[in-house]
Design a protein around this ligand. Sequence first.
Ligand SMILES: [Zn+2]
Ligand SMILES: [Zn+2]
Length: 349
Amino acid sequence: MTGTTVPTTMRASVLLKQGVVEMQERPVPAPGDGEVLVRVGSVGVCGSDVHYYKHGRIGDMVVTAPIVLGHEVSGTVVSVGRGVPESRVGDRVAIDPQVPCRQCRQCKTGRSNLCPFMEFYATPPFDGTFCDYVTAPADQAYTVPDSLSDESAALLEPLSVGLWAAHKADVGPGDQVLIAGAGPIGAMCAQAVRARGATDVVVTDFVDSRRERITSFGATRALHPVADAEEIAALRADAFIDCSGATPAVLSGISSTRGGGTVVLVGLGAEEMPLPVQLIATREISVTGVFRYIDTWPRGIALTTSGAVHLDDMVTARYPLEQVEDALNADSDPLSMKAVVVVNAPEGN
Ligand SMILES: [Zn+2]
Ligand SMILES: [Zn+2]
């Protein structure tokens, strides 16, 4: 291991069990072969972090031992493992948090996001990034330009969900896209489909303030699911992306999708719901899901740097590492869009 001087211990915010967070001192990890050690800058708070904190599990992924949450992360490379050029030390990076096995059939056939052996920050038993230092494969730590803030760089992760959803929806120039849910992921999807050339981006949400805000994040129209039900029913969208997880929104979205169109399920709500299979069959609608993403960081960096996508404006609250618990409770405020934990402020500030 080579690089600048790194301390031997660090701060880490640890979820001991459901609802209990504690600051601990932990050893700084050493970068293995092909890895970089990154001093963490900013970490976005994700719905999955909140879910682990409040419920102790997501489906069959259960918190059975203390875990560090956080996976939307940016920072600075401070040392490199064997096989990584030392010139990377000092790079400001955004990390794609996926470590697929690169050996299995899914990995070898271009579906590494579905690798059954995936290691992912803050998914039990793997620790996340609410701490001072993390390791990552060097090729998953993408160098970002100086014009991109630490916060924008961290939010390339949720943007990646939007980019992958837009890719799965096969959105093209001039398309009409319906999106249910104007929360952070709805906003990422709206920006992503606009960047792919969609010209009519209709976003639905019950909350007035979210509808007002979403027109600054890619939406061309923001509609109320009930008050504007007729307008929604009249749509024949090229693609429908659900970011709400709400059964009525999914059903209405499917019936507002044109023949041959695509439905992408991003939001997770009910484990099962009845689907209008005859309508799906007779309209030849493709229904698919989204699980993580593949190789979205280079596009995300390009789109954010060029100004096609705005991530800084999405941050509505900031917390120091000692206040991770407050950050995990920030979503109870309906005006909250995205909370960020500033683990280490940029140098010079
Ligand atoms: Zn996330
Ligand atoms: Zn694999």
